[in-house]
Design a protein around this ligand. Structure first.
Ligand SMILES: *Cc1c(COP(=O)(O)O)cnc(C)c1O
Length: 394
């Protein structure tokens, strides 16, 4: 089985680059150059140095002793929550800004929903002294005020989008429009393993640092670089793709992706794409999508803004179809419980997104000697208002 993208940007039947003709030159420039740039020694040195000195990598692999006792198995947490800006997203923006500079771009655009990718993008733009424009649905601008303030302090222009539902999908359309109008000087930093080829592959490779580190860290701590399970939450799928990447060809390692079930798969308020979706085209690639019988995108719902996406990266559609990864889901309620459990037992407040991966510990029975790695994609500071509200309800 082959899990690499092919020359046309496909993973099996999924992926590709379905873009309007006017966008083609921009996408083509990136397709033609991204691998050559990423293989340059000079790029690798600079990327690695920034990951180490600016992001704070390697992120620790932590044996969660009390959590392991509670579940009677061996749980390791990959601590992406300890990265600068509090999540895995910066691994990608650091890499893409270095590529943008090598392509001679001076202006960066991005879309954001919850604002986390917008903050990670504004951060590296400040670092490099590049102009940064972040498109954000008007509704999200209101809902995510603290992240909007962060982006502004970092020097980004946050442009509210008033079309459609005024959320992420509309912000993405606006960013694409901007890119069409500014083909020369602008690079578009996409925040997950979605969009037209080469973005899914580019972002996967930049997040693959997660599983690269896992290998030597597991070897160091357990004597074996292979765990029995790797578990990660999935919105677009970048932290999961990065956690799985170096284990894709090793079928002894079971890969589990956890989607947001929201209020339940059958509630009509969910974001579990694999459970509810079928193939379609969104944001330039063919992938599994939540859609009506006549192909209209269904508005997704999750308590965690980072998982609230109606599609999923094409690599994951392929991993699902081929059976290489298992796709599960966790509800809002199950994830909140898992977040409180981790906090109480380990003194770590996880992002609500990451709590969906933790919730799987209540759904599977692992063996006492199983090594279970959970990718803790981010920290929970941004979710405090939700956590406090839930605490008051129970
Ligand atoms: C954005 C985000 C996610 C979801 O994005 P993926 O591309 O699926 O990884 C998950 N966790 C955190 C903390 C995030 O900020």
């Amino acid at each position: 089985m082959n899990f690499d993208v092919n020359n046309n940007g496909f993973y099996g039947e999924f992926g590709g680059a379905f873009v309007p003709e006017m966008l083609y030159p921009n996408v083509k420039e990136l397709q033609d150059n991204y691998l050559a740039i990423m293989h340059e020694k000079d790029f690798q040195q600079e990327y690695r140095k920034m990951l180490k000195d600016y992001v704070g990598r390697p992120s620790p692999l932590y044996l969660a002793v009390r959590l392991s006792e509670f579940y009677n198995t061996q749980v390791f947490l990959k601590r992406e929550d300890l990265n600068h800006t509090g999540a895995h997203k910066i691994n990608n923006t650091v890499g893409q800004i270095l590529i943008a500079r090598r392509l001679g771009k001076t202006r960066i655009i991005a879309e954001t929903g919850a604002g986390q990718h917008g903050v990670a993008t504004a951060t590296v733009c400040a670092l490099m002294g590049l102009k940064c424009i972040v498109y954000m649905g008007k509704l999200d601008v209101e809902r995510q005020a603290p992240n909007v303030l962060r982006m502004k302090m970092l020097g980004a222009d946050v442009i509210p989008v008033f079309s459609g539902n005024m959320t992420l999908k509309d912000a993405t359309n606006e960013a694409i429009r901007d890119w069409i109008n500014n083909p020369e000087d602008t690079h578009y930093i996409i925040g997950s393993v979605v969009g037209p080829h080469p973005y899914p592959d580019l972002v996967t490779r930049l997040q693959a640092i997660i599983s690269e580190e896992m290998k030597w860290q597991l070897k160091e701590q357990t004597g074996n670089e292979n765990p029995n399970y790797i578990i990660a939450c999935v919105g677009g799928g970048s932290n999961a793709a990065g956690s799985f990447y170096h284990y894709l060809d090793n079928t002894n390692v079971r890969l589990i992706a956890v989607e947001a079930a929201g209020k339940g798969i059958d509630s009509g308020e969910s974001a579990a794409t694999m459970a509810l979706g079928r193939p379609g085209i969104l944001h330039g690639s063919k992938t599994m999508l939540m859609q009506t019988t006549d192909g209209q995108i269904i508005e997704p719902y999750s308590i965690s803004a980072g998982l609230d996406y109606p599609g999923i990266g094409p690599i994951h559609s392929h991993l699902y179809k081929s059976g290489r990864a298992i796709f599960e889901n966790a509800t809002d309620e199950e994830s909140l419980k898992a977040a409180f459990r981790l906090t109480k037992l380990e003194g770590i407040i996880p992002a609500l997104e990451s709590a969906h991966a933790l919730a799987l510990l209540d759904k599977y029975r692992f063996k006492p000697d199983d090594v279970v790695v959970i990718n803790l994609s981010g920290r929970g500071d941004k979710d405090m208002a939700t956590y406090i509200k839930y605490m008051e309800e129970i």
